[in-house]
Design a protein around this ligand. Sequence first.
Ligand SMILES: O=C(O)[C@H](O)[C@@H](O)[C@H](O)[C@H](O)COP(=O)(O)O
Ligand code: SF4
Length: 601
Amino acid sequence: MPLNAQIDAVTKRIIERSRPTRSAYLEKIGQAAEDGPVRAHLSCGNQAHAYAAMEGEKARLAEGRAPNIGIVTAYNDMLSAHKPYENFPELIREATRDSGATAQVAGGVPAMCDGVTQGQPGMELSLFSRDVIALAAGVAMSHNCFDSSLYLGVCDKIVPGLIIAAATFGHIPAVFVPAGPMTSGLPNDEKSKVRQQFATGEIGREKLMEAEMASYHGPGTCTFYGTANTNQMLMEVMGLHLPGASFVNPHTPLRDALTKAAAKRATEITALGNDFRPAGRILDEKAYVNGIVGLMATGGSTNLVLHLPAMARASGVILDLEDFEAISSAVPLMAKVYPNGMADVNHFHAAGGLQYMIRDLLEQGLLHDDVATVAGDGLSLYTKEPVLTEDGISFREGPTQTLNDRILRSAADPFQKSGGLKQLAGNLGRGVMKVSAVAPERRVIEAKARIFHDQKDVKTAFQNGEFTEDTVVVVRFQGPRANGMPELHSLTPTLSVLQDRGLKVALVTDGRMSGASGKVPACIHVSPEAAIGGPLSRLRDGDLVRVDAEAGILTVLADDFETREPVVADLSANKSGIGREMFEVFRQNACLAADGACTIL
Ligand SMILES: O=C(O)[C@H](O)[C@@H](O)[C@H](O)[C@H](O)COP(=O)(O)O
Ligand code: SF4
């Protein structure tokens, strides 16, 4: 089927908007690639330092003819999703050695688990950690000894930060290596019900802990379709994973074979061979359009509306919220994975997963097929799935039909005619809402506002029984300039209880939510933020606010609103403790949430 007219128009608009920055970027990486294999420029001293401890690989490294692969790893014991990376460098070295090449861990990057910091002060460093990850990966790659690179990262800000680095070093190839999802434990919706029972005092902490530990029970990515698993979808739709690599569980033969195959692939696509695939050429306008199509088709995390503009800018591609809106209106919702449904990401994979989704979207003309990927030319390569063979993996045709239409459907017979994300705008600014997880009857709310400056105060008001009528809960001064734009996901159980009691509630904030946040209508990333005098700073308790996700309207119905003085909040408590004292430069330099809340580009 020909390319969908709306997708074609948005792509052309992005290419036009990005022309100056994209051409300057291509010029930069073209020059860097022309300078030839990087190790040739290093002095003998530089090289000796780089190879000194590489027992068994020194001769091959010093000879300078075999590709040397730089590994950037986000391994740590804190993220269940990153724990499997502990032994990946060993597997990778084995594979590169077998391919006549070498591999070195160029450096590590930090990775924050948003599940550990959710609702805690550490969450105020979460968004900025994306840029710290990009900077740390830049330090690793600045050793400049590499002909290709492997990026080991899965979770929320880690893949976005690594993409910013891979694009910055876009003159060399980059293959992203996933670790795979945790096997299914206590279903996510049962976990959420237990949390609501705890919030109302029906059960104690012991029962809650039991449920949490049964849900988050082993190595691998948490199984809800949050930011981490949305990242995995993106890496496949944008052609930076091997096909079908995203959702194979860790510590399985196929997982290990895929890791080794990724390493082998990284050695095959360097400038030293005849299939050169630099990252900067893959990360182009069509790759980002394909990424946003995948985001809408799967009802992915709202955090990617923040991250994608920052990621794209690193390779000279300029995205705007209107691009997300336009693509959302053209791309139907094909998947129902928690919080959009009951299934988890393992069930999604078993129902046909990304290979079926990509095939179907290509057939419907909703994805660009004419793209470069690490696997080769053409996104149709990603309709294939890996199978284990004697000496590694081979690829066979993936599913041509969904295997469970309660989880995954054709775009021709979708769960929802448009995508999972909606932009809202009005005299309170611009925000986004993930409507795929909100019941249609809850997408328009007009009610009095209750204003808060801290998510804890919302919970206290709830415990004191203060919510007795329909309410628009406004939590402001949560933007990047205020306190680092934390996720306010720990409000979900409280607001869900109010909703289940029959009240119409909505959250409006210049902060953000987790990709795992769901059924409560939340208009988030409201920009410009209150801390720089944005309209939310002029709201008062009792104002009538309309949150209309059908018409895309966010507005306050108050005649004197435009002439009010903005409220200035005391943010001194957010300036220190748990490392926040080191992040003032990030708070000072963050750009608008609508542009990705970035501090380094
Ligand atoms: O954007 C996301 O997907 C979230 O940040 C996710 O990574 C985070 O860990 C959630 O907070 C986990 O959900 P719970 O907090 O409900 O366990
Ligand atoms: S998905 Fe979230 S909670 Fe799970 S490991 Fe990743 S960051 Fe942590």
